[in-house]
Design a protein around this ligand. Structure first.
Ligand code: KIV
Length: 280
């Protein structure tokens, strides 16, 4: 969508399927609160993910493992309040879907009750049956393969995934299984661009890349990363579109200077006792 054009038609999982068929790129970003969700929605972002990356960028954790359902539900509720058009996908946090299919169904249902229109969960293998059950019950699921941060300790860090041909073949097979189980889209994170291009060509569902090269059906980034909130800059695959951290720092420093120097509040920010009304 050209910048500034107000697109008002609601994005659904069917819209994303149609965009893939027509070769239209899908724009996705994360959000965790009402004001940023409202901005993303107004600009025309197609998919807003309430990511469990909130653990890193909102709570300051090193991994996503500590975050639970309660926090994710608060963020989902806040984001949904700001969205009119984008598709809202809630990320299922660690242990909210791995323990049993029943608890996955219950937790996915809680996200849908909070206003999300779909959920995302990491991995394939035993998760394929869970995805199938959620979709059978009418809950749309987005898959997530490649670097799956909830498995950081098994993966040995946040490294590039699927480096060998064998791992690439396994990832393609996992992706096909997730598609067959009913996923409406698939996130692939930090994999070689050639593999992401192959997945995009072979799968019928949209492939949304992050650190996966330019040939995916869509792209997603963590909002705080692309806004440049943190120093140092971080991952190679992130492009910083602003330096919001520096802008906040400068604004807060200017406010502190004004308060200390007695320049704020000024006359225009002040209220006065109204003059007494004349009697009778
Ligand atoms: O939690 C998250 O923000 C994500 C994206 C990086 C895809 O899973």
């Amino acid at each position: 969508m050209p910048a500034g054009r107000e697109e008002t038609r609601k994005v659904t999982v069917r819209t994303l399927a149609r965009m893939k068929r027509k070769g239209e790129r899908i724009v996705a970003l994360t959000a965790y609160d009402y004001p940023t969700a409202m901005i993303l929605d107004k600009v025309g972002v197609d998919l807003v993910l309430v990511g469990d990356s909130a653990a890193n960028v909102v709570y300051g954790d090193d991994t996503t493992l500590k975050l639970g359902m309660d926090e994710m539900l608060y963020h989902t509720r806040a984001v949904c309040a700001g969205i009119a058009r984008s598709l809202v996908v809630a990320d299922m946090p660690f242990l909210s879907f791995q323990v049993s299919v029943e608890s996955a169904v219950e937790n996915a249902g809680r996200f849908l009750k909070a206003g999300a229109e779909a959920v995302k969960l990491e991995g394939a293998g035993p998760m394929v049956g869970t995805v199938k059950r959620l979709v059978e019950l009418g809950m749309p699921v987005m898959g997530h393969l490649g670097l799956t941060p909830q498995s950081v300790h098994k993966l040995g860090g946040y490294r590039l995934q699927a480096r060998t041909e064998k791992d690439q073949q396994r990832l393609v097979e996992d992706a096909v299984r997730l598609q067959e189980a009913g996923c409406f889209a698939l996130v692939v994170e930090k994999v070689p661009a050639e593999l992401a291009a192959r997945l995009t060509a072979e799968l019928l569902i949209p492939v949304i890349g992050i650190g996966a090269g330019p040939d995916c059906d869509g792209q997603i980034l963590v909002l705080h990363d692309m806004l440049g909130i943190f120093e140092p800059p971080g991952y190679k695959f992130v492009k910083r579109y602003a330096e919001v951290g520096a802008a906040i720092r400068d604004a807060v420093a200017a406010y502190a200077d004004d308060v200390r120097a007695g320049r704020f509040p000024a006359e225009e920010h002040s209220f006065h006792i109204p003059p007494k009304q004349a009697d009778g």
